[in-house]
Design a protein around this ligand. Structure first.
Ligand code: ADP
Ligand code: MG
Length: 343
């Protein structure tokens, strides 16, 4: 199983998937962190409820595991509306989308995950549906083809993407509200962990929660996953209590380092430093060096490395910062990117 399968798709195993569903907050008030997004969204929802109209279409962008799917479900729950779930890769032909749109009921929430991966013809159909609640079904081929207009019940589209930059402008512009999800603060992840520990019936002292939170890559999904791995460790190797020492020992065993970098993160940094002298190097060259798809490196590893100040994306390619050299226990070269100026 590659990194992509572990982190991008829900293929982490049936058990993980079930636990993930059980740990999902169901209402906006249970959703931890992302204060600005929460406030903006609650206004959008509240005013829609008052006007008794479906709210504007909502786009959510952010790294995997930050809560996009969770928020989509919450939006439907808060509106007391049914939810239809699909994903970009499932909408290969316009007909796939037409089949869904034509059966929506009034006020329904349509969630399209990974919306940037939708096929072009489906995308064009979606523009019209979003704007005019109408689709044109093309019947026949060639000169005899006719477009039959079909009304679509007023619905709310919720789109999620890990790569907002890939969305064509006409699609992006048709969303009334875009929520940018950021990595979580350590204190917020401590709350996520305490909530999950409560639901899972795990005893989690504050120092253990802090240690896991610090090493969760700013990501609730990872926090929850690490909590379960640490719990396993505590059950087998200790008395089940997750204090700081136990959490730290377990995370070391699972190759999560003190700053939360996992194997892929360290592989990317290691290749950048050792194979390319710290860069600049192009994304695809870097990806080949770590044996991963460029998209995995770009979507899964890089955003966190950038946010930690370990890697920079420059017009000439990826560059390691002085902090990256130090993090991997090496001495940064004198002309390193972002080096403090001692002169
Ligand atoms: N704000 C949050 N508060 C509590 N738990 C969260 C929050 N955001 C995400 N989670 C947890 O993280 C897991 C992954 O969230 P998900 O919505 O699937 O992320 P995404 O769709 O962005 O990849 C969920 O199981 C949920 O339990
Ligand atoms: Mg998701």
């Amino acid at each position: 199983m590659g990194f992509e399968r572990e982190m991008l798709s829900p293929a982490a195993g049936g058990d993980d998937l079930q636990v993930e569903a059980a740990l999902r907050p169901k209402r906006l008030s249970e959703f931890i962190g992302q204060a600005r997004v929460r406030e903006q969204l609650s206004l959008v929802l509240e005013s829609a409820l008052r006007r008794q109209r479906p709210p504007d279409h909502v786009l959510m962008s952010g790294s995997p595991g930050l809560g996009k799917t969770t928020l989509a479900m919450i939006i439907a729950a808060e509106l007391n509306a049914p939810l239809r779930v699909t994903s970009g890769p499932a909408l290969e032909r316009a007909g796939d989308l037409a089949a869904i749109l034509s059966t929506l009921t009034e006020g329904e929430v349509l969630f399209i995950d990974e919306i940037h991966r939708m096929a072009r013809p489906a995308e064009e159909m979606l523009y019209l549906a979003m704007e005019d609640f109408r689709v044109d079904i093309v019947v026949g081929k060639g000169p005899g083809a006719t477009a039959i207009p079909l009304d679509v019940a007023p619905f709310t589209l919720v789109g999620a993407t890990t790569r907002a930059g890939l969305l064509p402008a006409p699609l992006r512009d048709r969303f009334g509200f875009t929520a940018h999800m950021d990595f979580y603060e350590v204190a917020e992840l401590e709350q996520v962990l305490q909530r999950s520990a409560g639901l899972l019936g795990v005893t989690l002292p504050a120092d253990g929660a802090l240690e896991i939170a610090r090493r969760s890559r700013g990501t609730p999904r990872i926090a929850n996953r690490l909590l379960r791995r640490v719990r396993d460790f505590a059950d087998v190797r200790a008395d089940g209590v997750i204090n700081r020492e136990i959490a730290s020992a377990a995370l070391n065993l699972y190759e999560v380092d003190a700053e939360g970098l996992d194997r892929l993160d360290r592989a990317v940094l290691g290749a950048l430093l050792k194979n390319f002298g710290g860069g600049p190097v192009g994304l695809s060259t870097l990806a080949v060096a770590v044996g991963e798809e460029p998209e995995t490196v770009e979507v899964v590893a890089e955003p966190f490395l950038v946010r930690q100040g370990l890697l920079a994306r420059t017009p000439r390619g990826r560059v390691a910062t002085a902090a990256a050299w130090i993090h991997l226990g090496m001495t940064p070269p004198p002309d390193v990117f972002g080096a403090p100026d001692f002169t």
